[in-house]
Design a binder for this molecule. Sequence first.
Ligand SMILES: [Mg+2]
Length: 374
Amino acid sequence: MLVTDIRVTPLALPLKRPYVWSQGVETRFHVNLVELIGEDGAIGVGETTTAPDAAAQAMVLRKLGRHFIGRPVFEARQIMAEAYRANFLAFGGNMPRYANQLMSGLDMAALDLQGQATGRPVWDLLGGAVRANVGYFYFLQGETVEELAADARAAVAAGNPVIYLKVGIEPERDIAATRAVRAAIGDTRLRLDANEAWDPGLALRMLTRLAEFDIEYIEQPTPSTAIEALGQVARQSPIAIGADQSVFTLNEVYRAVSGGHAHMIAIGPREIGGVQPMIKAAAIAEAAGLKICIHSSMTTGISTVAEHHAARAIPNLDDGNQIMWQLLEEDVLDRPGVAPVKGRLALEGKPGLGTVLDRDVIGRAAERFEAEQA
Ligand SMILES: [Mg+2]
């Protein structure tokens, strides 16, 4: 199956309600939709993050994607290695974090095309499924402590076994929100994510205070640029520590686990370079006796499906993985449905990723992005 064309489309997708986290308050997500076109007309889809600018990233993605044109899609690994060498190393630029975030969309699209060409789900191309379904946490939303507690009550009533709350907003607000959520959910499992907000000293003070709320795990309390800071906290914290923004490359995963800097590795295809590199990252964590927790930030249903395929094939997978498309006003998928029931999702094994895009939603999102640029 030869690849004949690549399309990259920046999308602006509004959120149902303001999304509050340690880095600010967001009202919409941007993604770049990546489509690799096969010689038989099949379309492989993927998506990427867009920081710092979706239009600029689309230009780079098209440049990288052109390496696929006229080549067999089953040479995807070699093509992406060549694209990295020709567009980064050949200019003296070794930028694995940046490249991973772009290559992820090409990896998803290539695997989708490979699966369609062979009639196999992507998890079969990764060695086959080792589980029949995947567990997800419930992602609490709200601008106030009262809204978060109300969402938490509803989440537990709907049967969600794992609840996830953003902290790192402001210390007293974080304590109040965690207390209110714990009161609302009884003994249901509770996780936190501080998204790099604390230095090690503040992190240890906060984690000591938060320990009374029976927190099973907190992601990335300290800045991502210093894995050693995370390790300082992990060695003294009363709560288990996850590395997330610290581990966007395979070498960073290796350093985190070999240094004993984290108890869990939270990682997603859009950061590590795609679905296939997820399997490599999981193997590094597995060698250290750690689990992988799927990280999914500002993603649509396309990434959700890609993450699900990886999750079905990873042996050392956690049961409270991240899912984020549900924050969007409307998702880009027509099918499959990707809403977990009681925290569990089991997609059918359709060829490739098995997605059908909603072209009306995508058209509106592309127009919205262009209007924002005017
Ligand atoms: Mg996180």
